[in-house]
Each structure stands twice: as structure tokens, then as C-alpha cells.
Design a protein around this ligand. Structure first.
Ligand code: SF4
Length: 332
């Protein structure tokens, strides 16, 4: 990790010790060619605390906003939902688990298990056992629907691993990456990080109904933040991001630039600032419903808190298996 931004407490202690050691010879900032203004005889010499403040060297470090891309995405989708998930305690009661989330987790976990095998064991034949071991049963209408989903997921996985090199070990599988900016302490779990030449590639598995495009890869805040963090964790360039859509076997890619990653980071910081401002407003006595406005829309039908949220009540209720059923009807 290559943190940037204000120094942490440890860094601060080191700086203070370093200054204390060096002041009898020369102020340490001379090393950085910063001109020193010597106090005139008429003016009193500033205290060391004043000096620190003037130079901005030892100002209290700004409190960073700890977040994942998912947390930021929740605020961007609906500030009210963000409040339900991250602020209100106890959190309002959630609806029942979604079958499509169970299906997605099962597929992700099976791929993680597949990469945990040794190279020669990484065959399509290993997949039924791995998928059974990681299968999540929640949310399905009945056993028949669940069995159908299992068969479909197994088919996706067999096709997918058939196109992989079993001898190639990724740089990371379900790897947590983290980085700091001036405002954010970012972290997130990446499905897979591959090596391509001297560079890293961020890979995100998708199991939803719709095929994805390069615009989806370009616009994904999560992928961009993962690339930003991975570059700092591994100290290797990481600009390429890929969405691997297992149901269609397609890959949507985007090659970021330093500027496009910086743009995503800036937007993430803006979102974080908005969320922090709202949290502070509530702590100072503001109405939570005003500080975290609801943004109702089609998303409400899929929101875990729809039953606890009057603003989302107008959206049609979906059965927990609705997305899986739609996917099975659309399957060839
Ligand atoms: S139901 Fe809709 S408006 Fe209410 S929290 Fe969920 S997404 Fe927001």
C-alpha cells in the first residue's frame, strides 16, 4: 500500500522526533529547499506550536472516511438506503434473502475454490463438487427452481474455466486491496487480479441477466477504485478492468488512464463528503429524513428495506426469486 495524503500518527511521531534531533543544526525543511523566514528583532519568535500551524506540518490529521466501493455506491443509489445500512442502529428489518444474490455468491465461491486447487486439479470435472460445497440455498421458490439454477450455474462455470489456463496463478483471488486518498481510507475485495505482462488486470465476475458492455466497465466506480488501490498495494501499474459475464461468456473491458482513475477517485471523495456531511448534520440534530433523502425509483423493488421505507412502498414488490426466474425464462 502506498498511502498518500496527510501523515498518520506514526508518521507524525517520526517527524517530531526528526525535527527535535535536527533543529540544533538546521531545520529539516531546509532539505526540501523551503526558504526560512528568520524572525525580526522586533517580532517575538513564534512558539513551536505556532510554527507547526503556520507551516501546516503538524496539523491534526484529517479524519479519513473508511469505505468500500459498495458503501459509496449505496449512497449514490439512495441516501436513505445508505442511512438504513450504515447509520441507523438498530438497522431496520431487511426483507428476505434474494435468490439472485445466493446464485452470485455460489458462483463466486466456486471459482475461488477452483483457484485454490493445484494446477493439475483445476479441471471442469472438479466443478460439480466445488459448486455443491459452496452452494447457497436461500431465496429460491422451491427445490425445482433451485436445482435448475444449480444446473445453469454449473454450465456457466464449465464453459468459463474451459477458457482459462489452469497453470496460470492469478496475483490475487478474492483479494482485499486498500489505499488512502486525502479523504478516503478505501478498501475492497477484488474477485481476481491477473498479471498481463508488467501490469495488473482487475477482474469482476458478473452473473446477472444482461450482457455488459465496455461502457459498463468504464463507468464502474468499483473497478476503477480497485485498480487505483491495487496499483498502490502491488506497486505495479494497473489500468485494465474487466467484467466477466458468465451467463454469456463475454468480457467487457476498459483501459483506464491516470486521469480517468483520478476522476473516479474525485467523485468517490465527493460522495464520501456528502455522506459525512449528512451524518454530521444528523449528529447535530437535523431531521434524518431530510439529511438522507429517499430517491425512489425502480431500484426500490429490489431494495432490502422496501418494507421499512414509505418512500419505496409504491414500487411493485418482487418475489425473492424474481430475477432468477426471469433469467431462466430468458435462457435458450
Ligand atoms: S425503498 Fe427505495 S427509497 Fe426506500 S431506501 Fe430503498 S431504494 Fe431508497
Amino acid at each position: 500500500m502506498n498511502p498518500i495524503g496527510p501523515p498518520g500518527a506514526h508518521h507524525l511521531r517520526i517527524c517530531r522526533a526528526y525535527v527535535a534531533r535536527r533543529t540544533s543544526v538546521a531545520p529539516w525543511w531546509q532539505d526540501r529547499h523551503v526558504p526560512i523566514e528568520r524572525p525580526s528583532r522586533a517580532s517575538a519568535a513564534p512558539s513551536s506550536a505556532e510554527q507547526d500551524g503556520q507551516l501546516g506540518l503538524f496539523a491534526a490529521p484529517r479524519r479519513l472516511f473508511s469505505c468500500t466501493p459498495s458503501r459509496l455506491g449505496t449512497y449514490e443509489d439512495c441516501p436513505r438506503r445508505y442511512r438504513f445500512v450504515y447509520v441507523d442502529r438498530p438497522s431496520p428489518r431487511k426483507g428476505p434473502p434474494w435468490a439472485h444474490n445466493s446464485l452470485g455468491s455460489s458462483v463466486h465461491n466456486a471459482l475461488k475454490s477452483w483457484y485454490a486447487l493445484s494446477g493439475p486439479e483445476r479441471t471442469p470435472a472438479a466443478l460439480p463438487r466445488l459448486l455443491r460445497a459452496t452452494w447457497v440455498s436461500e431465496g429460491y421458490r422451491d427445490e425445482a427452481q433451485e436445482q435448475q439454477a444449480f444446473n445453469r450455474a454449473l454450465g456457466w462455470l464449465e464453459t468459463y474455466v474451459d477458457g482459462l489456463d489452469p497453470a496460470a496463478d492469478p496475483v490475487g483471488v478474492e483479494r482485499v486491496v486498500a489505499a488512502r486518498t486525502e479523504l478516503l481510507a478505501l478498501s475492497g475485495r477484488v474477485d481476481r487480479i491477473d498479471q498481463a505482462g508488467d501490469e495488473l488486470v482487475i477482474i469482476d465476475y458478473k452473473t446477472g441477466r444482461s450482457e455488459l458492455t465496455s461502457d459498463d466497465a468504464r463507468g464502474s466506480r468499483a473497478l476503477a477504485l480497485y485498480a487505483y488501490a491495487a496499483e498502490r498495494v502491488f506497486r505495479r501499474r494497473c489500468r485494465r478492468v474487466e467484467l466477466h459475464h458468465l451467463p454469456t461468456g463475454t468480457v467487457a473491458t476498459h483501459e483506464h488512464t491516470e486521469e480517468s482513475l483520478a476522476r473516479h477517485v474525485r467523485r468517490a471523495e465527493q460522495t464520501a463528503q456528502d455522506a459525512m456531511d449528512a451524518e454530521q448534520a444528523v449528529a447535530a440534530g437535523a431531521d434524518p429524513d431530510e439529511a438522507f433523502p429517499a430517491t425512489p425509483g425502480p431500484i426500490c423493488s429490489w431494495c432490502d428495506f422496501r418494507r421499512s421505507c414509505p418512500a419505496g412502498a409504491a414500487a411493485p414488490e418482487r418475489e425473492p426469486w424474481a430475477a432468477v426466474e426471469r433469467q431462466s425464462l430468458a435462457a435458450p
